[in-house]
Design a protein around this ligand. Structure first.
Ligand SMILES: *Cc1c(COP(=O)(O)O)cnc(C)c1O
Length: 370
């Protein structure tokens, strides 16, 4: 049996006609860049997240960048985030002219450790960006309390957490704004590149709308230096169709996680992901931790099971950020996790037989590489 890491073909097959019809509608009316289909998706996505506004943009990196710019982050500022994330979180900070400042993660949730946050705050700190890694929301209450004490806005990197919850509220509705990616493999994915922000702040929403459209308040009246960060009309129409299946997909992922945990629970060599009691994990990535990770990964691949590593190098140790001067030992939890993380196949259409096979092969492999 072969088990893919992700199967977008299977995901799209049952909604293929609806997707084709949605695309044809945009082609017929020609609303390709922004426009009514993006606006309709923004309305639906804001309602889903429970926020007043959503702003459709080109990708998740744009979403983070525009949100930071709208908050007022710029040259000379510092923005606090975590080293255990996709590169884009730090890149968006750097492209405002600010410097990323890292806080290590909690070994239980793999998200920002609130106990380490306050000591990272300086007079230059202009924003805090917790990352809801793998589909689990960071522990927002203590983070928001510290942020409030220092009057610093919190932007959620919710690029992996569409529909995830914290104490009954959805990701994207917890900080001043949330940034989402609709990259094809995300829990809510476009048929191409797309992203979006959420907020309850009318001023921030307006600012992000202006930034994504060349700083225009009205056509050819440029009040700000903006950028071209609009969402495609076709992606807006596609995402509107796919949003209807997000809850079902997330429920399937949670059920798969339950089955993995049941099958691997007796394997002492595997550290399973933990769902924090405060929330609802949506398992964008099902990352376990194992010793000899690289050998386990290779053996799994050789036996037909596609796994991944998210992410092999924590951001502070990448060549891109060498100038920050961090060495090994700077953020020990993030570094240990990066050495041990192994992402098992996880997507809604995964079958019980496939999960059982993955678990069995993993146990065999671990016994052999020990
Ligand atoms: C995917 C992702 C991004 C970037 O999104 P793109 O749409 O690829 O630009 C940012 N942060 C995290 C945590 C992500 O997983």
């Amino acid at each position: 049996m072969k088990v893919p890491f992700l199967d977008l073909k299977a995901h799209h097959a049952p909604i293929r006609e609806e997707l084709d019809a949605a695309i044809a509608e945009v082609v017929d009316c020609g609303a390709f860049a922004g426009g009514p289909y993006v606006a309709a998706f923004e309305k639906d996505f804001a309602a889903y997240c429970g926020t007043q506004y959503a702003v459709g943009v080109g990708n998740g990196t744009d979403a983070l960048w525009f949100a930071l710019l709208a908050i007022g982050v710029g040259a000379g500022d510092e923005v606090i985030t975590v080293p255990s994330t996709f590169m884009a979180t730090a890149e968006a900070i750097s492209f405002t002219g600010a410097k990323p400042v890292f806080v290590d993660i909690s070994p239980d949730t793999y998200t920002m450790d609130p106990a380490l946050l306050e000591r990272a705050i300086t007079p230059r700190t202009k924003a805090i960006v917790p990352v809801h890694l793998f589909g689990q929301v960071a522990d927002m209450d203590p983070i928001l309390a510290i942020a409030k004490k220092h009057n610093i806005p919190v932007l959620e990197d919710a690029c992996q957490a569409h529909g995830a919850q914290y104490k009954g509220k959805r990701a994207g509705n917890l900080g001043v704004a949330g940034a989402f990616s609709f990259y094809p493999g995300k829990n809510l994915g476009a048929l191409g590149e797309a992203g979006g922000t959420t907020t309850n702040d009318a001023g921030l929403a307006k600012q992000m709308q202006v930034l994504r459209d060349h700083g225009q308040q009205a056509k050819y009246h440029h009040s700000h230096i903006g950028w071209n960060g609009r969402m495609d009309g076709i992606q807006g129409a596609v995402l509107r169709v796919k949003l209807k299946g997000l809850e079902k997909g997330n429920a399937a992922r949670r059920e798969h996680a339950r089955q993995y945990a049941e099958l691997l629970g007796d394997c002492a060599e595997v550290v399973l992901p933990k769902e924090a009691s405060y929330g609802k994990h949506v398992y964008h990535v099902y990352a376990i931790r194992v010793k000899n990770r690289d050998a386990v990964l290779k053996a799994m691949t050789d036996l037909g099971i596609s796994c991944g590593i998210h992410y092999p190098v924590p951001v502070h140790l990448t060549g891109a950020y060498a100038s920050l001067g961090f060495g090994r030992g700077s953020f020990p939890v993030a570094e240990k996790c990066a050495d041990e993380f192994l992402s098992l196949p996880m997507f809604p259409e995964l079958t019980r037989e496939q999960i059982a096979f993955v678990a069995q092969v993993l146990k065999d492999v671990i016994r052999k590489v020990k």
